[in-house]
Write a protein that binds this ligand. Structure first.
Ligand code: DLL
Length: 447
């Protein structure tokens, strides 16, 4: 059931709320933030020019680079006194991006996450093991606030500690998990070695997100744990987790908390706004935030929007599962390739595990793709356990099971992405595990 009455209001009521929120936000940033005032003045736009939702097109985009250039706090519109919590992105290079929340911002974040928990069926009867990392990453505290708001009991274990995770699931009677999908796969793997049958525990739900993942990965986690798994999307710049969430009823697309975060889809090259249903880059304008409100923030995430009604009763617009980022998208010999397409193929196959790494290399002038995939213990035993000595299976090229496994994977991946890939089968456990977001791509091409 929907948590808030706002989730089921009519389109015209929603648009009225959104317009009021947009007008308030544009006036607020114009008055309080010199960066935005200069931008708007440069474009000759005054807050009073925003008369309809369509006028959002008059506003400038904000990019990650703008946030970097204004690090740490120049895009804050609230005074330091009003900020009550700080977070930062986990950028791998250089300075992170800082974000700040006022009390009101924490309120809408908690509300967004309460809707997310309710969407996945979490209530005050649940014990939520919160595996998202606590700290500067927004996952831990965001899920914490939402679970508390719906009255569930939270175990704030954070990431890592795989064996302890399993122990607490057993001892505390955990019923719901919040985690990156890749870490749940890892927990299952470790538990299996310990002889744990997760299907016999009290678990019933998980909310997974923070990284691109596929429908096949969802099916696999549901099957392994005997639970229902809902997708959750968000980004630090906009609020953290809870920008959008899946409902348990349909598990097909994520309802955007659009009374707080106004979504658009644009063509990533031209910046032109695309009609509902078109795939493109997601852009959000925060229309109810005070700490660091952002106008038309370009997420680089690829999705589409659907205004069709959902059987769960929510009228909140749905965004399609994020298949990749416009900037992480690999371009191999002119073809756009998303790692999640490769993952979907791997997950459908017996004998290989969901642990993989896509390696991009340049040989001469040609880019090539290699996919390193772990085989399962079972496969290894059947195929070649007795003669395996090195750390790769290529020495076993003559073993027909290995040859046909490689051939089949190669064939199926080519069918989906349209280009040939090399397959390298590696023993179980040889691809590094991540306790947070998984690293799936190694781009070795010279920059
Ligand atoms: O990952 C916030 C979050 C925490 C979301 C917990 C969901 C759950 P950042 O670290 O700023 O924030 O990373 C944001 O992660 O722009 C997407 O590229 C990616 N991402 C997040 N959720 C999903 C998802 C958090 N469900 C970036 N599917 C975003 C695909 C996702 N990608």
């Amino acid at each position: 059931m929907a948590w808030s009455q706002k989730e089921t209001i009519s389109r015209s009521e929603m648009q009225a709320l959104q317009l009021a929120g947009l007008q308030k936000t544009v006036s607020y940033v114009y008055e309080r933030n010199s960066y935005y005032r200069q931008k708007l003045d440069g474009l000759g736009v005054k807050p009073s020019d925003i008369k309809s939702l369509d006028d959002i097109k008059l506003l400038p985009f904000t990019t990650k680079q703008d946030l970097r250039d204004n690090y740490p706090f120049k895009l804050f519109s609230a005074s330091p006194k009003e900020i009550v919590e700080y977070h930062a992105t986990s950028g791998t290079t250089g300075k992170p991006i800082a974000v700040g929340y006022t009390r009101e911002d924490l309120e809408i974040w908690s509300e967004s996450m309460a809707r997310t928990c309710a969407g996945a069926g979490i209530t005050s009867d649940d014990v939520v093991q919160n595996i998202f990392g606590y700290g500067l990453f927004t996952g831990g505290l965001g899920a914490h606030y939402g679970a508390i708001r719906v009255g569930a009991g939270v175990i704030p274990i954070s990431g890592g500690n795989t064996q302890k995770q399993i122990m607490l699931m057993q001892d505390f009677g955990t019923t719901a998990l919040t985690s990156t999908p890749s870490f749940l796969v890892h927990i299952h793997e470790v538990g299996e070695q310990m002889g744990v049958d997760f299907r016999k525990l009290k678990l019933k739900t998980a909310i997974c997100g923070a990284e691109p993942w596929s429908e096949s990965m969802r099916q696999s986690i549901q099957e392994k744990f005997g639970i229902k798994v809902c997708d959750i999307y968000g980004l630090s710049e906009i609020t953290g987790p809870g920008v959008s969430f899946e409902c348990r009823e349909e598990q097909n697309g994520l309802h955007v908390n659009e009374d707080f975060f106004y979504p658009e889809i644009i063509d990533p090259d031209s910046g032109e706004v695309l009609p509902a249903g078109s795939e493109g880059e997601l852009v959000f304008t925060t229309i109810n935030k005070y700490g660091q409100p952002l106008l038309r923030y370009r997420t680089r995430d690829i999705s589409s929007l659907s205004y069709e009604t959902c059987s769960c009763g929510r009228t909140l617009v749905k965004m399609a599962r994020v298949t990749g980022r416009s900037d992480d998208m690999l371009i191999i010999r002119g073809v756009n390739v998303y790692p999640s397409q490769i993952e979907a193929v791997i997950l459908k196959r017996q004998g290989v595990s969901p642990h993989y790494m896509v390696i991009v290399e340049r040989k001469g002038a040609m880019d090539s793709l290699r996919v390193k995939v772990e085989v399962t213990e079972d496969f290894m035993v059947k195929a070649a356990a007795d003669i395996l000595k090195g750390d790769e299976f290529d020495i076993l090229e003559d073993v027909s099971a290995v040859r046909s496994k490689k051939h089949n994977l190669q064939h199926d991946i080519k069918e989906v992405i349209g280009i040939s890939v090399g397959i390298q089968l590696v023993p179980p456990g040889s691809i590094p595990r991540s306790e947070g977001k998984a690293k799936r791509v190694e781009d070795r091409r010279p920059k």
